[in-house]
Design a protein around this ligand. Sequence first.
Ligand code: HEM
Length: 384
Amino acid sequence: MHQEHLEPGERYDAVARTTRALLAVPKGEVEELARRCAVRGVAGVRGLVRLRDLMMPVWAEFAYELVFAERCPREARDLIAANADDVVTSLKCTGLRHMGRRDRLTRYLLPRLDRVRVPLPGGLTSLEQAYYLQGAFFNTAVVQLSEAMAHLLLVLAQHPGEQERARTSDDRHFDRVINETLRLYPLFGIAHRITSGDIALDEHTTIPAGSVLCFNYPEFHRTGFADPGRFDPARFDPGRCDRPAKELNHVPFGVAANRPCPAWRLAPIAMRAVAREVLGRYVLDSSVTHTRSLPSRGPCLLTPRGAAHRPRLALAYLRVRDRWEDVWRGLVQLVLGTYMVWDAHRKRLCERHFAEAASNPPDASDAEDRYAHPGHQPGARRSL
Ligand code: HEM
């Protein structure tokens, strides 16, 4: 049960309304909450870390407080972070999913539903409400923010000039750094929609209802930019853009007209606050390969500001370890990826979904929706 897996209709509307209500927090409060969580999460850390692992507990606490408006107990933080890590690790086929953890988190949430700071969607059972919270806030929010922060901090670790400029810059420049990071490393690979009506492209071509349309985020983000593989936040300077920002091929939070990310406003504010806290405390260095899927979880050296900064030996070690890990990780991904495809094929998820949809057609109020989502196929809309 996840917002993105719901077909258009009353249930989707109720769930989306609740998500918006939970995310509608004033900017100053988002910054303060994110900053507090970052201080607790990174204080005292130094040396070699994996950025995604460093960020998971920070965003687990952030999501908990966003939902319950109270400080996150350690037990909940560890459960949320471990479950989110499981989700993203298994999506990247670098490890197995532990369903017991997922169930423990659901059982943790169930008796606390009446403490959520906005009313939960009516018409859902308690279990569905717990699954909804778990899916949107303790899974998606934690995973996406941790991945995005790992990309942001890693790219700055590998561009020392940009790191220093970001640390001392105003918010407008920092937003360009985040924009450029999410342009180069969008969190989504291929997203898809299933057409729920015919779409006429021109007088000769019509895309029939029921077609699967794929959208390639990374490819879209590469077109229309000079030297698209280069990390260059200044490309978003109003003085350097030949087009208004709205016309650039840049949709890291999706397309406004069709189920964009409801956290498009909150996420960059929170990321900026956490990044400022990290950059204010540490100098970051890294020599690992930085790819969009980031299976390495972003190995990085953190040197406290004011301490001697001699990263050469650690960077040489990181480089060798990263190349070596790439070898066995590739093998694990091959085995688990093959199993995942085989298993999905065996369960015939699409076929079953469409058979169920045909026997339960959407009600008349849904008929206007041009696009539908592929229902309860776990992970069907998310692609990495
Ligand atoms: C930097 C962080 C994030 C990025 C880059 C991001 C990106 C995206 C994108 C691109 C989509 C649309 C995917 C598609 O085309 O199918 C999406 C959907 C979604 N995101 Fe995010 N996201 C982020 C953080 C969050 C957070 C913090 C939440 C917390 C609730 C969240 C909740 C959702 C939900 C519920 C959807 C599905 C919307 C729907 O189907 O109505 N995301 N996100």
